[in-house]
Design a protein around this ligand. Structure first.
Ligand SMILES: NC(=O)c1ccc[n+]([C@@H]2O[C@H](COP(=O)([O-])OP(=O)(O)OC[C@H]3O[C@@H](n4cnc5c(N)ncnc54)[C@H](O)[C@@H]3O)[C@@H](O)[C@H]2O)c1
Length: 258
């Protein structure tokens, strides 16, 4: 028996990085997966690599209508919905003076509107399934300032507070649905490799030994986050609700040099 045996789990942004790692880990532990992404080719490849039942659906999470289609397909294929992982996201450089209005709206649409649409669409079906777990991928940028990622930080801060409102709503409704946010620091994925290139001029994938450089720079690996996602998806975390779980190897805890 796996830790999430027979749970039906939706993961957005599952074609790459953290979403892909979540899919592998949850599939290993017996979940039935509905994976979505705008990247169809890589998304279908992830399905092929899953050990347990999984299907892929093309979805742009920022499109409101895509959510009712996704929930309908999930129910028709698997009969219920237990867990929603709102993972898809984008990051673009821009501080308070350089961010354009179009950039601001794009980032908020993909990163924040999507979480609102997803939670609103999933809760009625999760209620029918007797409860469930919603896991919203935020960031440490929701907790501390990062000037080159203004809109990104704002979107992740919005996810943090929306998560708590949803958790309290679900308690009031007594529907047995939990809602928590995860706040990773830097984890080695294509998104972070691009960010590092922009911020410090280093691309991990271009290093002679990317793994050694990753460790030396104190950067996590996707499995670190996937293990936390697995815990939140499972019944082991049944008393954790409305929480913000930071996973950054102490980066936001204080200054290690003092
Ligand atoms: N990697 C990190 O260090 C880190 C840190 C904090 C938070 N996060 C968050 O974790 C999540 C995953 O990031 P990642 O590092 O794996 O990035 P990634 O770029 O490797 O993966 C993101 C995935 O989301 C998909 N996506 C983008 N726009 C989409 C849309 N409109 N609809 C559907 N899918 C879309 C992409 O195609 C991609 O497969 C993001 O929300 C990100 O903000 C990552």
């Amino acid at each position: 028996m796996g830790r999430v045996s027979n749970k039906v789990i939706i993961i957005t942004g599952a074609a790459s990085g953290l979403g892909k790692a979540d899919a592998m880990r949850l599939s290993d532990e017996g979940a039935k997966l509905v994976l979505t992404d705008i990247n169809v080719q890589d998304g279908k490849q992830v399905v092929k690599e899953c050990k347990n039942e999984a299907l892929f659906l093309e979805q742009d999470v920022s499109q409101e209508n895509s959510w009712s289609d996704l929930i309908k397909t999930t129910i028709s294929e698997f009969g219920k919905l237990d867990v929603l992982i709102n993972n898809a996201g984008i990051a673009q450089i821009g501080n308070i003076e350089s961010t354009t209005t179009d950039q601001w709206r794009d980032i908020l649409r993909v990163n924040l509107d999507s979480v609102f649409f997803g939670c609103r669409a999933a809760i009625p079906e999760m209620s029918k399934s007797g409860g469930g777990s919603i896991i919203n991928m935020s960031s440490t940028t929701a907790l501390i300032g990062l000037s080159p990622y203004l809109a990104y930080s704002a979107s992740k801060g919005g996810i943090r507070s929306m998560t708590k409102s949803i958790a309290i709503h679900c308690q009031e409704q007594k529907n047995n649905i939990r809602c928590n946010s995860i706040h990773p620091g830097s984890i080695f994925t294509p998104m972070v490799d691009d960010a590092l290139k922009n911020l410090v001029g280093i691309k991990l994938m271009e290093q002679e030994d990317p793994e050694a450089t990753r460790k030396a720079m104190g950067i996590g690996e996707p499995l670190d986050v996937a293990n936390l996602v697995l815990f939140l998806a499972s019944e082991e975390s049944k008393h954790i609700n409305g929480a913000e779980l930071v996973i950054d190897n102490g980066a936001t805890a204080g200054d290690a040099s003092q």
